[in-house]
Design a protein around this ligand. Structure first.
Ligand code: HEM
Length: 462
């Protein structure tokens, strides 16, 4: 029964029947609860973190899952993680692990494309997120966040999930498309949500026909919008290149211009990579901060010199907010948006001493590794101090991936989160009205909405 995408040949042999031998110290134990035929798939789709926790509780750093016709192995050992994330595409494929990206953005989008085309696109994207570019983005992030502070007025209630999603899309739209065109995109949150709602790591699109239809119609809407932006930008080029300008001018290595269809896919692909993840992280950061009010006094004290120095945020000033960094790292640790990082074995291989047959889904998990007591003592506690006590702890965070495909937008996302939390803390007393709960299943593990907060403007910033 082929419920999983047919991205790679399927075998089901890692788990109970993995071969033993000199280079294989034994079978990979299977997490309990597998049903006949479907295995762990229904439970995994309903409550992926519950299944992961159970596998870890039963077997520790290495366990198997059966996801209908596909064998998956979850590997948490630090050495295994490094191997998985450092393997070349021909061995452990990222493209074969996220087949829905092909449906959404075509087969010539980024790591779905041939290696040379992936490299070409990567070279285009990397400068967009370099330090120098972030300086310019900071002004955009601050402007939109201050407008939010303005709109919030003296007191009220808001849903932090929706508010963060809207703010984030405004920021992405202006940073990627330029303030001249960003407004076209900024109002399209609903279209983006419909477009993304059909993403599934495990089920092919035809299993959810209504979502697939809605997603396709949203995709058409977004394509029209991006094409309009392209046409406007070509008619009025910007003197300083931004992401859209770089895309408009991009050419293949033989000099041919990249066709518009491909440019539209790349533009939407990058917005997609940045949107749900970052807005989820913003919302968790606020929720975690409000759930742990004991850090507020220290955070406000740390802000004092910044606020006194003037109204505009600077990179240097934000860099000095180390307590805030630690609070945000702790939020990232306990609430990573990506609970899993997946690769598909395109050939038989070994990871450590374990034989991994071709077709196996090889998984490692930010959600679980962030809770390993050997790496983060007292893992369930919200303890920002751990990063002051052990500065290397931050390097063990895996929420933005690692190795070859480490997230290009991590500094962007962290900066945006810092700006939001800094300005809201400075201007408002805030309290949560709802208990924060995560989105379940295999979607990015954002905060489930609505999650309301009540706020009142601080007297000294009225
Ligand atoms: C909190 C926000 C974000 C989270 C949690 C996140 C998470 C991740 C993760 C886990 C990966 C690695 C995927 C893998 O190895 O399978 C990744 C890769 C990537 N992310 Fe992010 N991301 C975030 C924000 C962004 C932003 C703002 C951008 C900007 C466009 C972005 C662009 C990318 C790109 C282009 C890659 C692929 C890198 C490569 O293969 O060369 N991400 N992200």
């Amino acid at each position: 029964m082929a419920l999983l995408h047919d991205a790679a040949p399927q075998t089901a042999t890692v788990s109970e029947t993995a071969p033993t031998g000199p280079s294989d110290r034994g079978a990979v134990p299977l997490a309990s609860g597998a049903l006949p035929v479907l295995g762990h798939l229904p439970a995994f789709m309903h409550d992926a973190t519950g299944v992961l926790r159970r596998g870890y509780a039963e077997h520790g750093y290495l366990f198997g899952l059966r996801l209908a016709g596909v064998s998956a192995v979850v590997m948490l050992d630090p050495g295994h993680r490094r191997e998985i994330l450092g393997q070349p595409e021909e061995a452990l494929s990222i493209a074969a692990s996220y087949p829905f990206l092909k449906t959404m953005f075509g087969s010539d989008f980024y790591f779905m494309a041939e290696t040379s085309e992936y490299q070409r696109q990567r070279e285009l994207y990397v400068p967009v997120f370099r330090g120098a570019a972030l300086h310019d983005y900071l002004a955009i992030m601050e402007r939109h966040t201050r407008q939010l502070v303005q709109r919030m007025g003296a007191a009220g209630e808001l849903d932090i999930v929706r508010t963060c999603a809207e703010l984030n899309l405004r920021i992405i739209a202006d940073t990627f498309f330029g303030p001249d065109l960003g407004h076209h995109l900024a109002g399209s949150l609903d279209a983006f949500e419909r477009f993304s709602a059909n993403v599934s790591f495990l089920l092919p699109p035809w299993m959810r026909p209504t979502r697939a239809l809605r997603s396709r119609s949203a995709r058409r809407q977004l394509h029209t919008l991006v094409r309009r932006c392209l046409a406007e930008r070509r008619a009025h080029p910007r003197p300083t290149a931004d992401f859209l300008q770089s895309l408009c001018e991009s050419r293949y290595s033989d000099g041919r211009p990249v066709p518009d269809e491909s440019i539209v896919h790349q533009a939407l692909g990058l917005v997609w990579a940045a949107r749900e993840t970052t807005s989820g992280q913003l919302a968790w950061a606020l929720a975690d901060l409000l759930t742990h009010p004991e850090h507020r006094t220290a955070l406000l004290a740390e802000q004092q010199p910044l606020a006194a120095a003037g109204t505009t945020l600077t990179m240097e000033g934000l860099h000095r907010l180390t307590h805030l960094d630690h609070v945000l790292y702790e939020s990232e640790r306990l609430h990573p948006l990506a609970i899993l990082i997946a690769r598909r074995a395109l050939r038989d291989l070994h990871i450590g001493s374990h034989h991994v047959p071709r077709g196996t889904m090889v998984l490692t998990s930010p959600y679980l590794t962030h809770r390993l007591p050997e790496e983060f003592p007292d893992p369930e506690a919200f303890r920002p101090r751990r990063y002051a006590e052990d500065p290397k702890a931050v390097q063990r965070l895996l929420g933005f991936g690692a190795g070859v495909h480490r997230c290009l937008g991590r500094r962007f996302a962290r900066l945006e989160t810092k700006v939001l939390v800094t300005l809201l803390l400075r201007h408002f007393h805030m309290e949560l009205l709802d208990t924060p709960t995560p989105v379940t299943g295999l979607a990015p593990r954002g905060l489930s909405g609505p999650c309301r907060m009540r706020y009142r403007r601080r007297a000294d910033t009225a």
